[in-house]
Design a protein around this ligand. Structure first.
Ligand code: DHB
Length: 315
């Protein structure tokens, strides 16, 4: 029997695939569909303390070759909505672990939300999003290393439940060294890499105009074209993080082979954003069958047999 099961921080998941935050996870109906699907877990839309409408439309645009650009601006129903959902789900399915994403637009908001979660009965994972590129005037914390340190210092003064961070993509090996050195100082359960490649610009030559309204057209790129950047970040972090910190690989997954590559680079779990948006929950059936097929061809029966085992020309 080929198993797609995985474990992170002592919690087990029967499938190593799930949605990426923001995609089809904003309301109860979306989340119920994920629960009913073959995904191994779900993550909720990144929450702010209060409900937000987000940026004006058009704020997402489909790109050729399985891509997307977005500047949603954190539309969400507010932390209470998602915390109620995950706590209720925890009562219904006590053995399942899921991910609650929070993305305050200030340190104070993040600390207030984490205090509320700490005091609640929720005991699942929290994904602290340090990489939202789309709120005008609010730079991504993940690109300010001193600020990342400060946030985690404050958080771990009181937060004792399993926590991970969602990071932006990095593009220099020195930056991998620097972020890993900071993350390794904290009892993080996981690191999720990557968020969208932020502040890209897509131009429509026909209309001579940008394709999304917010921020003069600047937005985050997702989909197939970000896979090499995602794999580099998963691998770069896997080589540098202490083994207690699991890696959740996100970016550019459209096939079971893409999932296989993320796991080879060191991911324990993978998240699918853009392509899940296009296909809906049926994608988890397709990817599961495709990953099983490649594992069967290679004689692997579970993902730990190849996780992190990427070869280089130096091996
Ligand atoms: C949004 C986009 C992101 O990439 C993110 O991490 C959080 C929020 C958004 O625009 O809503």
């Amino acid at each position: 029997m080929t198993s797609l099961a995985t474990s992170i921080g002592g919690r087990t998941f029967d499938n190593c695939m799930m949605n990426a935050a923001g995609i089809r996870c904003q309301n109860k109906k979306d989340l119920d569909a994920l629960v009913a699907s073959r995904a191994g877990a779900y993550v909720t839309k990144s929450a702010t303390p209060q409900k937000r409408a987000g940026n004006p439309s058009p704020r997402m645009h489909t790109l050729p070759n399985k891509g997307s650009i977005n500047s949603m601006g954190l539309p969400n129903n507010g932390l209470d909505y998602y915390l109620d959902y995950v706590v209720d789900d925890q009562h219904k399915r006590p053995d399942a672990t899921n991910f609650l994403s929070v993305a305050g637009t200030s340190l104070e908001d993040n600390l207030a939300m984490l205090h509320q979660i700490q005091e609640s009965e929720y005991h699942g994972f929290v994904e602290l999003n340090l990489s939202c590129p789309n709120v005008p005037g609010k730079p991504q914390v993940g690109y300010d290393f001193d600020r990342v340190n400060e946030v985690l210092d404050e958080v771990f003064k009181f937060y004792t439940k399993p926590l991970g961070v969602k990071l932006p993509p990095y593009f220099d090996l020195v930056h991998f060294d620097q972020i890993a050195a900071i993350l390794n100082q904290y009892p993080l359960t996981f690191v999720n890499s990557i968020n969208s490649i932020g502040n890209a610009l897509v131009v429509d030559p026909q209309t001579e105009r940008v394709v999304i309204r917010p921020k003069g057209g600047f937005g985050g790129i997702g989909g197939a074209s970000v896979k090499p950047t995602a794999l580099a970040n998963v691998r770069g972090l896997a080589l540098r993080l202490k083994p207690e910190i699991a890696i959740v690989g996100t970016g550019g997954i459209t096939t079971g082979v893409d999932v296989f590559e993320h796991i080879l680079c060191g991911a324990s779990m993978v998240q699918i954003g853009t392509q899940f948006g296009y296909e809906g929950t049926a994608i988890f059936d397709r990817l599961a069958e495709e990953l099983k097929a490649i594992m069967n061809q290679k004689g692997y029966t579970n993902i730990t047999e190849f996780r992190g085992k990427l070869k280089t020309f130096d091996d």
